[in-house]
Each structure stands twice: as C-alpha cells, then as structure tokens.
Ligand binder design. Sequence first.
Ligand code: FES
Length: 588
Amino acid sequence: MATDTDRMVPVAFLDDLDETGQTVVQENGRAIALFHHEGEVYAVDNRCPHMGFPLTRGTVEEGMVTCHWHHARFELAEGDTLDPWADDVQTFPVNVRDGEVYLDPDPPSDVPATVRWRNRLADGLHENITLVMAKAVIGLDSADEGFHTPVETAVNFGTKYRAAGWGRGLTTLGCMATLYSQVGGRDKRRAMFTGVREVADDCAGEPPRFQQYAFDNRDLSKERLLSWFRDTVEVRDADGAERCLLTAVAALDPTDVADILFTAATDSLYLNAGHTLDFINTAFATLDHIGWAGDGDTEESNAAKVLASTVEQLTGATRSEELSSWRDPVDVAALCFDAADRLDDCVAAGEGRTWEEPDGFVDTLLSDDPEAIIDALTGAIREGATRTELADAVVRAATRRVAWFATNNEFNDWDTVHHTFSYANAVYEATKRTSTDALYRGCFDAAISVYLDRFLNSPRAPLPDPDESDRDPEAIRADLLDCFDQQGEVNRAASLVSEHFDAGGDPADLKCVMGRGLLREDADFHTLQNVTWGLERFDDATSDEERRLALIAPARYMAAHFPTRRSNEQTFSIATRLHRGERLHESE
Ligand code: FES
C-alpha cells in the first residue's frame, strides 16, 4: 500500500500491544484496530464494513480476523474478505521504530470512490445482495454520481444476465429513473436502490443472454428493415427479429428505430396484458436517461443492448386476439382490426384538420358500447386528432378506471385496471418519440381494454368533489402518510389528496410525499409503476379535474396495497446509518 512516511504518526508502544495482542486507537475521528499477530502489527478499520461491529471484539487466527456478528472474515494485511457480502475492510500502513508503532491514518486510495462504489454495485447485482446495493447507491450519490452511474451499471447487468431480456426488473429501473426527478432528498437514493434491487432480483438464477449481431449491410432502408422485423415478430423468430433490429439501430436514427419497434408492437393486440409495449416504451425512456450511444461501439451501444433485450418478450408475447375475452361475447378484436384496416383512410381524411375534442368524448370511451368507442376514435382521426391527442384521451379514461375502482372487487383486479392504465400511458408516451401512425392502433386496443374493465367500476367508488379547505397542507400530507400506515384507507387517501388541492397546497410537495410513501414500502412492480406514471401524468394534465384524478388514482392504489413489511427500508436505513458512521450494535 502506498504511503508517505511524513504522514506516519505514533499510536502505541509495541510492548503494550504485545501484552494485550490488540488495541484500538483514534485517529482523524476514526477507530483503528491494531493487532499484534504472528510477530507482525496490523492496522484495520475497527468498524466491520458489513454492519459496523468492532473487529477488536472478533477473533484473530492464521492471518485473519473474524467478526463475531455475522462471521465475515478479513485478511489482516490488505483487508480482503472471504465474504463479498461484507466488503473488504480498510487497512492502514504500519511500521515499528524504536519500540513504537506508527501508522498512516490517511493513506491515499488507489481507487477513486466512484469506481469503488460502481464496482460494489456490480458485485451487489451479481450476488443479489440488497445491503451491498444500498451502500453502493448511497456511496455513489455522496460522490455526486447519484443517478447516471447506478442506472447505467444496472442496465449493463440486466441486459446481459437474463436470457428472457428486458422484464420487470429493468422496467422498474426505468420507472425509478423517471421517479427520481419527482421526489426529493434521500428519496432519490431510495428510488435508485429500488431500481437496481429489482434488476438484481429479476436476474437472480436466470441464464445469461447472448446478443445477436447486426447485418454487415448498413445500406438497408427503413422500409425493408421494418418489413423484415414485422415478419420475424409475426412468426415469433426472436433471433431473426433481433438481427433486424440491431441493424436498424446501427443504420437508422432513433426515431426510425422507434417507429419499427412500436409498429411491430401494435401489429397484435394488447400484447401480454399491455406489458410488452409498456416495457419497450420504458426501454426508450431509459435510453433518454443514459444516452443512446454510451461508451460502446455500435454493436455495444446502449441502444443496441437495451432495445435488443426487448425482442424476446415481443416475439413470445400472448396476443389478446388469441384470448376468448377479446372474442366473446363481442368480437372486440375484430373491431380493432377493422379500425386498423380503415386507418389510412381516416388519417388521410384528417390531414390538415385540427381536432376539437367534443364534450363527453371520454365518457364515450367509458361506455359499454365497443362499436361506439371505436367509431368515436376513428371519427376523431378523420377530424384531425393527432396520435398524442387521441392517446391522451384514452389515458384519461383509463385513469378513471383506477380512480373509480370498487373495493368490493377481487383484490387482484387492481392489477387489471392498472395494466390498462399503464398500457394506455405507454402508448401516449410513445407517441412523443415516434412518427408512425401505427400508434393509433395502440389507442384502439387500449380503449377496448378500458371497455373490458368496465365491471370493475360497478359500482364506481365515490370520489370527493372539489371543495374549500382552510387546513394546513403540510398537516394534510402528514395525514396522507399516516393513512398509508393503515390497511384499507382507500377512500380516505382520495379525500386527503383532494383536500390538498382544496387547501391550495403545492402539488410538488404532495408528489414528494406520495413518492416518500411509495419508496418506504416493499411496493410491488405494479404499484411502483402506477404511482410513477400517475405523477408523470399530473405534469401533462391540462385541467384541474385531470390533475386531481392523476394523483387520486395512485393514492387509492397505494392505500389498497399498503402498509407492507418495509424490509427494504430497514436495509436502506442500515446502509444510511453506516454511511453516517452511526453505531448499529449495542456492543460497539
Ligand atoms: S459480519 Fe461484521 S457486522 Fe456483520
């Protein structure tokens, strides 16, 4: 270990150390353990790197110190551990002169903090150890690498170590990258911890993924690649589809690549209960966060890794036209395909026109007449409705299905209304990154899914009307957090959110508190998504009613699913206290 003799300070007499075999000295506010063992003096940080137990209370044998709390073992000279979950312990250079022990209390590190914590995050991902990941996320954040490095590290890991490719874990990561900007303070660290943790969990025990290669021919047109990609997806040829897509990534610009993927993802209906397009959209959103190119060459670019990993779930997806619920008693799949067949004519008719959304349009989407729903959508396109405008209307309908979800339903049906909302929201977000009219088809099947969910609003849950309140918004937010501490406070959560608007509270504060309420729980994938997309929807909503609904819907969802055991919060709290140097064990 490199050291400078000028920094060496006397800390103990060798005779005294020889007598006891060990002692603790304080230097620069740190407790350093000295061990006299097998004729040598060793100095190590006295706080066990795992959870802070004093190593001088451990056992020294055969060049190792074993911590007595969880029995992690550390080699004394360089601090390497046999137990990666515990991390290596820091050591300090020592020499003995004239019967006195000297040590360097501040040796320069060979590895910058950002590199060290990034490596530890990779270790935590590989071993699926939540405490290691929490420590690494906190370490990176304190080194001002709070966002980009955790996301990119987890993307590199997640796209490589799951044969099935992009799934729940990476989608949660992308979701948390979006939530990051909506929450404050330490909740940003919690968001990153949640994202990387879910990637590790999703990959644990899975075989790795081997990426295909782009074609050598880079002169292929978008139209040709689109045609090949759709054909290969249609026959569920994952390898062929991946090669086409990688070639598109190498040869085309990002908007053209998005057009290709979203077109194929809407050739069939509501794939995998909406997850497929939702995952693809989140994959693009994640690329917005970490950059299209990354550090790799074309084949190893972020876009290549991320987008290629979405192909397996696209080709393998369940197509809703295969489901009886989309065929009987009304063949709603046929309605969607018929509308898609008329799409070119509708778009041509709407060319140059500006759509004014008619009163009651969203009510029509919430009706129990699927033909009227499809007619309303195609009519809107003929009148010039853009993809984004139409998708926005469908998301507003889907938001109401969540906000109006009746608690007398089967509990798992919260997922049903969430799937529709999440899918509709993904179609809406995708319209911002593509130029393809194919996304109108996403509006058709999202609206039909809203229709199929109609019995889950029977009866509709009562929603609070706008009113006046002179209560302190801060007290209302505190009540909302308390409300999430109790089971079944679904309607109360809606009332508190509404009251926060009535009292003129700052919605940004309300969103932060909802984020805090979410991130302290062991929230499942769907809840994490539902809240994040709700907060995001708030930002795009254009009326007071829609802004209220955007937050009421996830607040009800949260209240239905909380409280949980909060075991991940316990891990995060331990990592935070260790980072601060706090005592965790009575014996310390
Ligand atoms: S092994 Fe030392 S505190 Fe856990």
